[in-house]
Design a binder for this molecule. Structure first.
Ligand code: CTP
Length: 419
């Protein structure tokens, strides 16, 4: 679903203030949100499933093992614009900070990559408990939006910070979070991914190792932020990615020349280009229509492929499209046997600077792929070299997180009137 729509999840955990979420649910619906309620089992002691079903007009599940075929937590998590958990108990904060997922709600939260708004509501002493303070800090650092509770009277006679805030405050936080997360609406983003394949004969080829995961993550992240994305994939798009990337334009190509043709055609319409594909630097001078017999397979004459990034940079200049942002990627290897234990951070930075200048791009993300590191993984670590001299060291993080970081960098350079 692109861009993010109005589908949201309202999670309910076991605080006596859960009844206030009935009002929140109605107000969210008034705002045009389509709400699926996911209560924890113990929260049903305060407000039962019947109330949530009647108000949301949707089936309510609490259990991972209920209706397994139709409601996998990943399905619930995939298509929502945001998750609001109101109220959030101290116990749920602790579970989320520790990454524990032992029911449907915690699994959905873990599986979702949309914005998550937490509305803690608890006794002031629990809110100020050092464990809670530390959990809230951790969750904020990981990108959760945690709304501070209000000051006032508790269920008993006590007064302090811990009250469930007004629905209007929660909705305004949600709306501003969603506005921020849709910052690429109206932007065209072109992404290349995968490894090109240069045929030697009908059964053999020259290729580069690449799972395409960085490019798929970029396409997904950009689309989730509202961009109009065109993904140019070398090779096969795995089924799991196909499902995630439903709704975006995909061009499937095979060779570097085919990739160059699509990139050239699409570049003039693009606000930003991410060249994450591993392009084969050379192709056989002659591709044989018939399988070469092994006795004749001694030497293969190669011709260099076009450097697509350089072409894109040239095109940008020719078209006077100075505002367009171009991001390159570089995979470097180091001789770990000779150099074992040595940090290659400075080498990565140097390699990045050199390639950034050579290719004339705005940003280049360089990672160390010695010994097959990074390939096929959902994680990455490297250095982002920017043409304004900034160097950003990226320590072990998900490719999706890196994608959002790159999109932040690029979108910060878009002209305001381009929005
Ligand atoms: N690239 C490209 N066209 C090519 C080769 C690479 O557009 N023919 C792009 C890649 O998509 C990547 C960047 O250039 O964004 C860096 O690729 P890399 O292979 O690291 O650089 P090369 O220029 O090929 O340099 P070398 O292999 O000599 O390190």
């Amino acid at each position: 679903m692109f861009p993010r729509g109005r589908e949201i999840i309202l999670g309910i955990s076991a605080s006596i203030s859960a009844y206030k979420s009935a009002d929140l649910l109605r107000r969210l619906q008034d705002e045009g949100f389509l709400v699926t309620v996911v209560p924890t089992k113990s929260s049903l002691n305060f407000v039962g499933a019947a109330t949530w079903e009647a108000l949301s007009k949707r089936k309510v599940r609490t259990d991972l093992w209920q209706d397994v075929s139709e409601a996998a937590h990943t399905d619930l998590a995939r298509d929502v614009a945001a998750i609001v958990i109101a109220p959030t108990t101290a116990d749920l904060l602790a579970k989320l900070a520790a990454g524990i997922c032992d029911d449907l709600l915690t699994n959905v939260i873990m599986a979702a990559d949309c914005p998550k708004v937490l509305v803690p509501s608890m006794h002031p002493q629990m809110w100020q408990n050092l464990a809670t303070v530390s959990n809230v800090k951790t969750l904020r650092e990981r990108g959760f939006i945690v709304i501070d509770p209000d000051y006032g009277r508790m269920t008993g006679a006590d007064i302090g910070i811990g009250r469930y805030p007004e629905s209007a405050k929660i909705i305004s936080t949600l709306n501003s979070t969603l506005e921020r997360s849709a910052d690429l609406i109206g932007k065209k983003i072109l992404v290349s991914a995968g490894g090109t394949i240069e045929p030697i004969d009908p059964v053999r080829f020259i290729g580069n190792r690449s799972s395409g995961k960085q490019g798929f993550a970029l396409a997904y992240a950009a689309a989730m932020r509202g961009a109009d994305v065109h993904l140019v994939v070398a090779g096969e798009l795995p089924d799991v990615e196909k499902k995630k990337l439903e709704g975006i334009t995909i061009s499937a190509i095979s060779t570097a020349a085919e990739m160059a043709a699509v990139m050239r055609a699409e570049a003039p319409f693009s606000d930003a280009i991410f060249m994450s594909a591993a392009v084969a630097d050379a192709k056989p001078a002659k591709s044989m229509g018939k399988k070469i017999k092994k006795d004749e397979l001694r030497n293969i004459e190669l011709n260099q492929n076009e450097d697509i990034l350089q072409t894109l940079n040239q095109l940008r200049r020719d078209n006077g499209n100075a505002g367009q942002q171009i991001v390159g990627f570089a995979a470097e290897t180091f001789d770990d046997e000779l150099d074992s234990g040595k940090s290659h951070q400075q080498d990565l930075i140097n390699a990045g600077r050199k390639k950034l200048n050579q290719k004339g791009v705005d940003f280049i993300y360089v990672n160390d792929v010695s010994g097959g590191k990074v390939f096929g993984s959902d994680m990455t670590a490297g250095v982002l070299v920017c043409n304004d001299g900034e160097i950003l060291e990226v320590s072990q993080t998900s490719k999706l997180h890196l994608s959002n970081l790159l999109l932040d960098k690029v979108s910060a350079r878009f002209q305001p009137n381009q929005a």
